[in-house]
Design a protein around this ligand. Structure first.
Ligand SMILES: CC(C)(COP(=O)(O)OP(=O)(O)OC[C@H]1O[C@@H](n2cnc3c(N)ncnc32)[C@H](O)[C@@H]1OP(=O)(O)O)[C@@H](O)C(=O)NCCC(=O)NCCS
Length: 406
């Protein structure tokens, strides 16, 4: 018998639930000021908590509904899971498992075909059907060596905006950055106060610079500079650390990089979670000025409704494959699917590839290749010829990328 129970969070209980999350993530205790900034981003809606026998919340599973761009450009409804935590004195008693079951069933019952999250650790979410579907890289650009090639990124202007202007202007423009890239997550009204506004109006010295091209504002970057001087290197320049950067056009993107690399008294420009195919080195006369220091899983995706999710995306030019999908938590998804450029349908035809729903999720947005997962034993190959076809069908030329933390 469990000594906790899971139910929807009631109005008025949100702050106690956020405190459970902050404590699980080792964040500082939530001040009244921090809560006043977060409150609009943390409504009771979309939240389930685990309560002890006194009715105190000790675990939280939160999500909000938004849209995610899938290959082909369609924006599909997604439950963005933005807070999972269990108080440290309650872990490893099945609390997350119980909350995940309730959350997955709720998302399915509401007809939302996808869920997505950013994982604190790589071992947690595969068992619940999530697969790592986008990756981000960390780059460190040595500024003294980094000269932009002639003529690149010169035809716009970059200007600073105040935090108040950023809070007012950036959200209205954000959807311009969607483009075709799979993995892009739209930011609903409730996302901004707890993340962007809190960041740029906080005390950590973040600056916001906006790029304007022929059609007006078309890109922005949020960064902070970190003093790197010490006794051994009193003259070392600062580290310019990019927190987020989005551009609607290649010119805006190049203009923002030109600006960042022009800031005086900076010895290196760093960014984490950048698209794995972002071609920073190609901007420079010396491509070795760019060091890729990390490539890490970013967005984990869960196909809540496999058929609807598979139907929503487009596929590369290959003959169809028959996939057999296995899903322990949401058994309605179990079955065989004929997947090809002409469409997706359930089928009684013999399976060519058999795989768990988390493995399917990891190629759903176009990252990687099913053949690599087959090599690692994650796909049961019943017809060898289907592997290469599946690679062509699922892989996208543009690497999927999310670009939004939640
Ligand atoms: C991650 C976390 C939510 C797990 O909660 P929990 O209630 O302990 O999870 P459960 O008891 O339901 O565990 C389910 C299974 O996952 C495993 N598991 C869960 N978290 C794990 C972790 N961090 N590392 C390794 N295994 C883990 C458990 O061992 C268990 O495995 P088993 O079924 O083989 O016994 C909790 O440890 C936590 O809050 N951590 C800190 C905050 C955090 O990382 N949150 C996630 C943000 S994305």
């Amino acid at each position: 018998m469990s000594d906790f129970h899971v139910r929807a969070v009631a109005e008025g209980e949100q702050r106690a639930c956020l405190e459970v999350l902050e404590q699980a993530l080792h964040a500082r205790p939530l001040s009244d000021e921090a809560w006043s900034k977060m409150a609009r981003s943390w409504p009771a809606e979309g939240k389930f908590a685990a309560y002890d026998d006194r009715g105190t919340p000790v675990g939280i599973a939160s999500s909000f509904d938004t849209e995610l761009t899938v290959p082909g450009g369609h924006n599909l409804a997604v439950a963005a899971v933005d807070g999972i935590g269990v108080r440290a004195d309650w872990t490893r008693r099945g609390m997350l498992t119980a909350m995940m079951a309730v959350q997955l069933e709720d998302i399915a019952a509401r007809g939302v075909p996808l869920a997505a999250l950013h994982a604190s650790e790589g071992v947690i979410y595969g068992r619940f059907g999530y697969g790592a579907a986008t990756y981000g890289k960390a780059v460190l650009v040595e500024r003294p060596r980094a000269k932009i090639r002639d003529g690149v990124g010169r035809d716009g202007v970059v200007r600073f905006v105040t935090p108040a202007e950023a809070v007012e202007r950036v959200p209205a423009q954000y959807q311009r950055f969607a483009g075709e890239r799979p993995g892009f997550v739209a930011r609903p009204d409730q996302w901004w106060p707890g993340f962007f506004d809190r960041l740029v109006t906080g005390n950590d010295g973040y600056r916001v610079a906006v790029h304007s091209g022929p059609d007006g504002d078309d890109g922005f970057v949020v960064y902070q500079t970190i003093d790197m001087r010490d006794r051994q290197s009193p003259d070392r320049g600062a580290l310019l650390d990019i927190r987020e950067m989005h551009a609607a056009t290649p010119r805006a993107w190049a203009g923002l990089w030109r600006f960042l690399l022009s800031v005086d008294l900076v010895s290196a420009v760093a960014g984490r979670g950048r698209p794995v195919d972002e071609p920073v080195a190609a901007l420079l006369t010396d491509p070795r000025a760019v060091n890729t220091t990390e490539v890490l899983d970013d967005l984990w995706v869960r196909l809540i409704d496999v058929e609807a999710s598979l139907r929503a995306r487009t596929y590369g030019a290959a003959e169809p494959v028959v996939l057999e999908v296995l899903d322990r938590q949401l058994p309605d998804n179990n079955g065989r699917y004929l997947v090809g450029p002409g469409g997706v349908e359930r089928t009684t035809a013999a399976a060519e590839l058999r795989l768990d729903v988390d493995t399917l999720a990891s190629v759903y947005l176009g990252h990687g290749f099913l053949s690599h997962l087959a090599q690692a034993g994650r796909v049961e190959v019943l017809d060898e010829a289907a592997v290469a076809r599946a690679d062509t069908l699922f892989h996208t030329p543009l690497a999927p990328w999310c670009g939004t933390f939640f």
